[in-house]
Write a protein that binds this ligand. Structure first.
Ligand SMILES: Cc1cc2nc3c(=O)[nH]c(=O)nc-3n(C[C@H](O)[C@H](O)[C@H](O)COP(=O)(O)OP(=O)(O)OC[C@H]3O[C@@H](n4cnc5c(N)ncnc54)[C@H](O)[C@@H]3O)c2cc1C
Length: 307
């Protein structure tokens, strides 16, 4: 089993500007919960990532790539191994193409908000649905993030990855299958970059769409509390939030966690929640959905770490 000393030994000869050992993940997850990771490594560029991953694989130390940690619950027992924070890899390039569009390429740690704003400035349409999603490109591609009837697969052209053996490769969109909040990229794959094909649009229209979506989020989502967005995946023909509301679970609390009064598919941290509080609410909802509706509700959030 890994521990901070194993990670330290493994990375002894590699230059990494910032590593935090025994780092409370509650400081980094959007839900503000989670125990200590043995190591939280701040990745700055692709070469550094490749070296770190090679050493971790050689030393059989578990690792987990992360963007803004806006869709992750780390259990209270923390994470044994290294969490690779990709937010230092944030180069974005944009080129206009003669056939009335543009290609935008962004490193995995690039923030979606920055990209949405850039596409407004460049008069390129396609990224508006990401308005208000607080993640990074890597997380959004991995999850096939979506909103407002659109998802990442609609605009992806290619994805560059380090595969599970640490080999760099570029994959065309056609080589990956995308489904609801999921891609076919194998476990252990790290996305380093993605390229998107966008259309030329009028700035005011792009901005209008973006503002419409931001306003919708403001009205519907409990943005005043820490959360991880939607906790459960919808099931065909039925929104998970509506089902949770129908079962009378809106507003229910466990410790400092609460099923949001504003949107029942959000669990919010009212101040002092632990991961265990949040997981207790998740289990309650899953139990009741199975018992009362005969439905298995799958989580959209990714749950890692030790109890
Ligand atoms: C208020 C709020 C609103 C939200 N609204 C939406 C929404 O409308 N639609 C939606 O889809 N999501 C939504 N989310 C969830 C989340 O923001 C998205 O899923 C986002 O795309 C996750 O990005 P991230 O960088 O935070 O990923 P993380 O949470 O850090 O990671 C999520 C998953 O992606 C993997 N991952 C991250 N980076 C990489 C990488 N470089 N290579 C390989 N795997 C990687 C992680 O291992 C993990 O499995 C919302 C969250 C919040 C808090």
């Amino acid at each position: 089993m890994a521990g901070k000393n194993e990670v330290k030994k493994a990375l002894k000869h590699i230059v990494v500007e910032k590593i935090l050992y025994d780092e409370p993940m509650a400081r980094h997850t959007s839900l503000a919960v989670g125990g200590n990771a043995d190591a939280l490594i701040f990745i700055e560029n692709e070469d550094q990532l490749a070296q770190v991953v090679k050493r971790l694989i050689e030393k059989k130390i578990k690792f987990f790539p992360a963007g803004n940690l806006t869709n992750v619950i780390v259990r209270d027992g923390g994470y044994r191994g290294a969490i690779l924070l990709m937010t230092g890899m944030k180069e974005i390039r944009c080129e206009h193409t003669p056939e009335n569009g543009g290609l935008l390429s962004a490193e995995a740690g690039s923030g979606l908000a920055k990209i949405v704003n850039l596409s407004v400035a460049e008069e390129l349409t396609g990224f508006e649905f990401c308005s208000g999603i607080p993640g990074t490109i890597g997380g959004a591609v991995w999850m096939n993030a979506g909103a407002y009837g659109r998802e990442m697969r609609d605009i992806i052209e290619s994805v560059t990855v380090l595969d599970a053996d640490g080999i760099r490769k570029m994959m065309k969109k056609e080589e990956i299958s995308f489904s609801y909040r999921k891609t076919s990229l194998p476990a252990g794959t790290i996305i380093t970059k993605a390229r998107f094909k966008l259309d030329r649009g009028e700035r005011w229209r792009i901005k209008e769409k973006m503002n419409e979506i931001l306003q919708w989020r403001q009205e519907k989502h409990p943005l005043e509390f820490p959360s991880a967005g939607s906790i459960f995946k919808n099931i065909p023909g039925q929104a998970a939030g509506k089902m949770i509301e129908e079962m009378g679970l809106k507003g229910i609390t466990a410790g400092g966690a609460q099923i949001s009064l504003k949107h029942a598919n959000f669990i919010v941290n009212r101040g002092k929640a632990t991961a265990a509080d949040i997981l207790a609410l998740i289990e309650l909802v899953q139990f009741r959905a199975q018992k009362e509706k005969g439905v298995t509700l799958e989580t959209e959030v990714v749950i890692i770490g030790e109890n």
